[in-house]
Write a protein that binds this ligand. Structure first.
Ligand code: BG6
Ligand code: MG
Length: 222
């Protein structure tokens, strides 16, 4: 009765969400804009250039740079981010994720990745997970970013599954909105994701039996 589970990458499979934050913070500091972890929640799941726009707006500097200058700033952030990625190894897969993937696969359920990151392939490779998923949708394969459902719908389409019989797992507010808009069951990782159908505080708590139970309960109610 469940066709597929689609995972967000940064912040769900591995803690690259932290590296994104550190790299943005370094850039923001340089621009005299102060960003903290609370503000960073708005950046999760948001594309590179859109994230930069949010940061500039936050510092009231959205009109200070040309498009070319913004691209240079975004590249600068990406270089620092990629520098952090060089340390990434299979040990950086978040707790609970390997078991979760194993349990899902044991039931013959398909798994996919939906990440708006242009670095998604590099990250999956570094984690040793490049052959684990049945399909991965990254920034290159979509036109519209989360919260648009396109990325999750594309994953379902490529896996040939019904979104209504599929589950998405996210750590970002816009990600939960994208899953919900696609008609899938939304699992949220983190404290701020009140709109999720099922919520856990961290990946360790992502137990397949509990997720299935929550999904079944919701289906039975509706
Ligand atoms: C998302 C992250 O997965 O990818 C965002 O949650 C990030 O923080 C976005 O900005 C784009 O990533 P990249 O690697 O293309 O800059
Ligand atoms: Mg994420």
């Amino acid at each position: 009765y469940i066709d597929a589970v689609i995972f967000d990458l940064d912040g769900v499979i591995t803690d690259t969400a932290e590296y994104h934050f550190l790299a943005w913070k370094a850039l923001a500091d340089q621009l005299d804009i102060s960003i903290d972890r609370e503000f960073n929640e708005n950046l999760k799941g948001v594309s590179r250039l859109d994230s930069l726009e949010l940061i500039l707006k936050h510092g009231n500097r959205q009109n200070d740079f040309s498009l070319l200058e913004k691209e240079t700033l975004a590249n600068q952030k990406n270089e620092l981010y990629c520098h952090y990625l060089t340390n990434l190894s299979p040990e950086d897969i978040l707790p609970g994720i390997p078991e979760l993937i194993r349990n899902i696969k044991e039931e013959g359920i398909l798994i996919g990745v939906a990440s708006v990151s242009k670095n998604a392939g590099t990250v999956l490779q570094a984690l040793g997970l490049n052959l684990t998923f049945d399909y991965c949708v990254d920034a290159a394969k979509i036109k519209r970013s989360k919260p648009d459902p396109e990325i999750f719908l594309t994953a379902c389409e490529k896996l040939n599954v019904d979104p209504k019989k599929s589950i998405g797992i996210e750590d970002a507010v816009v990600g939960i909105d994208a899953i919900t808009a696609s008609g899938m069951f939304a699992v949220g990782v983190g404290n701020i994701l009140d709109k999720a159908d099922y919520k856990v505080e961290n990946t360790k708590q992502l137990e397949w039996t509990k997720i299935k139970k929550a999904y079944t309960n919701l289906i039975n109610v509706n």
